[in-house]
Design a protein around this ligand. Structure first.
Ligand SMILES: Nc1nc2c(ncn2[C@@H]2O[C@H](COP(=O)(O)OP(=O)(O)O)[C@@H](O)[C@H]2O)c(=O)[nH]1
Ligand SMILES: [Mg+2]
Ligand SMILES: [Zn+2]
Length: 335
């Protein structure tokens, strides 16, 4: 499992990278809440937020405090909570602060909702679940997920299911140049490789309906009770199509699986070529020779990356993969 380039997106890079999105979530610490407890948002349901306290295993039902204003609270957010923190039935604590986010995964605007919205905060990885058959792999969709992950500051992982139905070779060859960690599984098979990748991380699971995502989540998190064979989030209200839920991995593992019922697409409209270059350090250095406004799509338009690659600084296949991802940003043909 090659990790040459994705590994460079280490935690320091992510944390210190100037974030376009992070500052929006920041709110000022108020002295009045010195004794607030901190925790992670694990569920969002009609104005009620499930918060697991960081220093105990107490799960609170909370609501937003008025002082949060319009700040969104999403699964994965680190929050400060005041009020009743016993976690007893019928108690309701209040979220008074949302910590600055380290990563932000966004859902793109659509016909029903003209705004891009944050769907998950602070996740480390995006597990892109794709079936090898039934339904067949859709490269455009995978590519969009890869772009979504990289530009959210998350590491993409390719997880191929239903290996009992088809060989993974062709799909894997499509992604060799991106150096994305990949795992191939089938129902009832060995999941130790998947568990190793998830340990100690917060991982968002995405996948088109029918790929075996619920089957996998249930195998990893016994008791998760995700319904199998049920198409979720399509043709339903905004609530079902955007709410995510965080499930703790069972011991001895640590970390979280965040299941997204109907996540179809990411907000990629504002992703620039420069944002993408950040995920390709071997090409980024060569881009300094390009014209200022270069979109890096072709030598005919003055892009110097082809020369950079020809000089042996990176491979033409890497450049091709980079350009394919750039095109995937605007390829809205598939949901
Ligand atoms: N042949 C085969 N079928 C699978 C595998 N994993 C899941 N399925 C089946 O695929 C269908 C959809 O699975 P589900 O987990 O609900 O997919 P989801 O829509 O992605 O959550 C169900 O009938 C599963 O039993 C697998 O590895 N091989
Ligand atoms: Mg499902
Ligand atoms: Zn260029």
């Amino acid at each position: 499992m090659a990790q040459r380039d994705t590994r460079r997106l280490d935690e320091d890079d992510v944390r210190h990278r100037p974030s376009r999105h992070g500052s929006r979530a920041r709110s000022k610490q108020r002295p009045a809440h010195d004794n607030a407890a901190s925790g992670m948002v694990v569920s969002v349901d009609r104005g009620r937020y499930g918060v697991l306290l960081n220093d105990s295993d107490v799960l609170l039902t909370t609501m937003r405090a008025r002082e949060l204003g319009r700040t969104a609270v999403v699964v994965g957010d680190q929050v400060s909570v005041v009020g009743d923190r016993t976690g007893q039935p019928d108690t309701l604590a209040r979220i008074v602060r949302v910590a600055e986010r380290e990563t932000v995964l966004r859902r793109t605007a659509d016909d029903n909702d003209p705004y891009e919205r944050v769907i998950v905060a602070n996740a480390d990885q995006l597990l892109i679940v794709t079936a090898l058959a039934d339904p067949p792999p859709r490269y455009g969709l995978i590519d969009r997920c890869v772009v979504g992950a990289l530009t959210a500051g998350m590491e993409p992982i390719l997880l191929l299911t239903k290996a009992d139905l088809a060989s993974p070779d062709e799909v894997l060859s499509h992604y060799t140049e991106l150096d994305i960690p990949s795992v191939v599984i089938s129902k009832g098979g060995d999941l130790s490789e998947v568990r190793a990748l998830l340990d100690d991380k917060v991982t968002v699971f995405v996948g088109h309906s029918g790929v075996g995502k619920s089957t996998l989540v249930n195998a990893l998190v016994p008791g998760a009770g995700r319904s199998i064979g049920v198409v979720s989030g399509i043709g339903k209200g905004r609530h079902t199509s955007t709410s995510a839920v965080a499930l703790a991995l069972p011991r001895p593992l640590h970390g979280w699986v965040i299941d997204t019922p109907g996540l179809r697409s990411f907000g990629l409209a504002h992703v620039t070529a420069q944002d993408m270059l950040w995920a390709f350090p071997d090409l980024e250095d060569g881009s300094t020779q390009c014209p200022g406004s270069c979109e890096h799509l072709s030598a005919a338009d003055g892009c110097k990356l082809d020369e950079w690659v020809a000089a042996g600084n990176s491979s033409p296949y890497r450049l091709e993969a980079f350009r394919r991802l750039l095109s995937a940003r605007t390829d809205l043909g598939e949901p």
